[in-house]
Design a protein around this ligand. Structure first.
Ligand SMILES: C[S@@+](CC[C@H](N)C(=O)[O-])C[C@H]1O[C@@H](n2cnc3c(N)ncnc32)[C@H](O)[C@@H]1O
Length: 276
């Protein structure tokens, strides 16, 4: 596919002249739900940090391991997937419902392309739905009748924060946003997070590449914050981290049956924590 070609047309409300986080992420993952302007973002980061694509794939592999862990080991039967992204291979409901078909999943994203494509591709039924909301307005999501028709907030909830809080700028108070969601769920609930990690202190040689990538994200997509691990841990509040903690994704409960691709990195950390 050349840059000028685009196999898709823009659904109503989608501006194909400006890159979007959801479409650029789809392009990093090798998907087709993106436009030349999104692929241009990928090309720019490729020049400084070609590992971003492998990071995106590692994030999806982490998501699969986490969802399986939450359904099998933590007994989670309902998920709120915040900043869920465009449908891709191995969506949360497919992973979860392969283990327990009664698991309910609410996908939330603010990109109109996500709603258009998810409605077309995902089975919207009494276990799975996709809603357009802005996670920066957590109370609106939590009070939404549609959300409440899928999620019983008296039962444990899996709150999924995969690669979303690093798209919330500091002034938008990501910690308060996360806290609002975590406060709304009962004991036994779990939160999962993945987040760009600022490793400039540990790997000074990476400082330049990290800063350059961060700059591209902010200039083109308007967001992208590499935070220190303590800050990311703070987003999980008083939830207790399950073993092995918050660490580069490849070290989180590797699964020989779903090994993903071998890839050593430290730019994305992730973990799971449970509400006591
Ligand atoms: C990098 S993608 C991650 C997708 C998926 N969670 C994953 O980890 O594979 C981030 C997603 O968050 C969405 N997003 C960004 N800011 C958002 C906001 N304020 N409210 C809702 N969704 C948002 C984007 O549209 C995009 O689909």
């Amino acid at each position: 596919m050349t840059d000028e070609e685009s196999p898709i047309t823009a659904p109503p409300g989608v501006d194909a002249t400006r890159p979007s986080i959801a479409r650029a992420y789809d392009a990093y993952l090798g998907g087709k739900d993106n436009f030349p302007v999104d692929r241009e973002v990928v090309r720019s980061t490729d020049e400084v940090l070609p590992e971003v694509k492998a990071c995106a794939r590692a994030n999806r592999a982490f998501l699969r391991r986490v969802v399986r862990y939450l359904v099998r080991d933590a007994g989670i039967k309902q998920f709120l997937d915040l900043g869920s992204g465009l449908p891709t291979a191995g969506n949360v409901h497919e992973i979860a419902q392969a283990i327990d078909p009664t698991v309910r999943v609410v996908y939330v994203d603010n990109d109109p392309m996500v709603l258009a494509h998810a409605r077309a591709l995902l089975a919207i039924n009494n276990t799975t739905t996709v809603l357009t909301h802005d996670v920066r307005r957590p109370q609106v999501i939590l009070e939404s009748d549609e959300v409440r028709s899928y999620i019983d907030f008296d039962q444990p909830v899996g709150v999924l924060l995969f690669a979303i809080l690093h798209h919330i700028n500091d002034r938008e108070e990501p910690e308060a946003i996360a806290r609002t969601f975590l406060d709304a769920v009962p004991s036994g609930s779990h939160a999962a997070i993945s987040h760009f990690c600022d490793v400039r202190d540990e790997y000074p040689d990476e400082a330049e590449r990290t800063a350059a990538t961060e700059r591209i994200f902010n200039e083109r997509l308007g967001t992208g914050r590499w935070r220190r691990r303590e800050e990311i841990r703070g987003f999980l509040g008083d939830f207790e981290l399950v073993e092995p903690g918050l660490l580069p994704l490849q070290y989180w409960r590797p699964d020989p049956e779903d090994p993903g691709e071998p890839f050593e990195h430290h730019w994305l950390v992730g973990g799971v924590a449970g509400k006591p």
